[in-house]
Design a protein around this ligand. Structure first.
Ligand code: GFB
Length: 323
């Protein structure tokens, strides 16, 4: 562990600033006294090495958050293996290598809890990485994210770069993707419950058996944890970011129904995959670094539902996309 990395007065690039995670990090950095750099998609294609190298060489950030990634829910991962593997490998390799070349002082790479083996011990410690086979539905994304961790470690060892990695659990919050085919479970269930309520339907369709367990972290909490880690952590091992508690998808569906005010029944769809049986992170390392999640699930769900109603529910006047 080295001295704290101060953000004040630094130039900080958030790669992926339009996404749910990147935009939350931009909001979180507002009070840090740093200059926030962003690049619009039409200005910079992160899959093109030369573009990324030129952008970094020109703008010379002191610190970088790698929040850019191709992400999606269980079905999107399963249906587009090439996109999830290729796009994520290209984005992270380009940014990490170009950051090394541009002399970036500190970089935080973001992955996902799906890097761990399908049957990892629960809660999953950082040391469970590569101890067993991956969950088949998201192995492509997981392999890309494991490569990102290894890139940070390799550039540390070979070039002395202070590049670190953080692995968040399943995320949700304002700015999430509410498309029913490609989204994660929380935005999907919020939207489906909202539609069922407004259309007077008496059931809410929930994929799979309802028995898998998941841990959910509100994205504003994640952004706070990332800012904390870039300041205080300089180790080689990746750090889990989670809440330390999980629940079944069935219980999640009940909480979502309560949030939305949907009073009908829940109908499981066994034709859809369950995915990993359980994904709970061991957050003792993060805890020892002085950070804990603060947003209870019910509060986060209420805030996410409010965001959906304000920003995304208008799309539903045209399509219902029942899934
Ligand atoms: O959120 P989700 O798509 O991601 O699904 P994973 C979590 C669980 O919710 C699965 C169930 O058991 C789904 O079957 N589920 C129930 C639903 N209803 C729905 C629904 O309407 N939509 C969705 N999407 N799920 C992803 C990985 O896995 O987690 C990614 O595929 C990434 O790579 C991400 O790691 C964090 O937790 O199963």
């Amino acid at each position: 562990m080295t001295a704290e990395f101060a953000l004040r007065g630094k130039k900080v690039w958030i790669a992926g600033h339009r996404g749910m995670v990147g935009s939350a990090i931009v909001r979180r950095l507002a009070g840090e006294g740093c200059e926030v750099l962003t690049a619009a998609r039409d200005q910079l294609d992160l899959e093109r090495q030369q573009d990324v190298e030129e952008w970094l060489a020109t703008h010379r950030p002191d610190a970088v958050f790698v929040a850019a990634a191709k992400v999606g829910g269980i079905l999107a991962n399963d249906a587009h293996p090439a996109s999830f593997l290729y796009e994520n490998l290209m984005i992270e390799a380009n940014i990490i290598h170009a950051s090394y070349r541009a002399g970036v002082q500190k970089l935080l790479f973001l992955g996902s809890s799906c890097i761990y083996p399908k049957h990892a011990p629960q809660p999953m410690p950082e040391s469970a990485l590569l101890e067993g086979a991956l969950e088949p539905t998201n192995q492509w994304y997981a392999v890309a994210k494991i490569a990102g961790i290894k890139l940070c470690q390799a550039y540390r060892r070979q070039h002395g770069c202070n590049f670190i990695s953080a692995m968040p659990t399943n995320l949700y919050g304002p700015g999430d993707n509410f498309d029913l085919q490609t989204s994660h479970v929380i935005p999907a269930l919020l939207r489906k419950a909202h539609l069922a309520k407004t259309e007077g339907s008496d059931s809410l369709a929930v994929w799979g058996s309802g028995t898998p367990r998941r841990e959910f972290l509100y994205v504003e909490d994640l952004a706070d944890a990332c800012v904390h880690l870039i300041k205080v952590y300089s180790g080689e091992e990746h750090i889990n970011i989670g809440t330390g508690t999980d629940l079944t998808i069935h219980d999640l569906a009940l909480s979502v129904a309560r949030t939305v005010g949907f009073e009908g029944s829940i109908k499981f769809d066994p034709s859809k995959p369950d995915g990993t049986p359980r994904k709970l992170l061991d957050v003792r390392k993060l805890d020892s670094l002085g950070w804990r999640a603060t947003t209870p699930l019910d509060d986060g769900l209420a805030r996410t539902y409010a965001w959906y109603r304000e920003h995304a529910s208008k799309d539903d006047s045209e399509t219902t996309g029942a899934a």
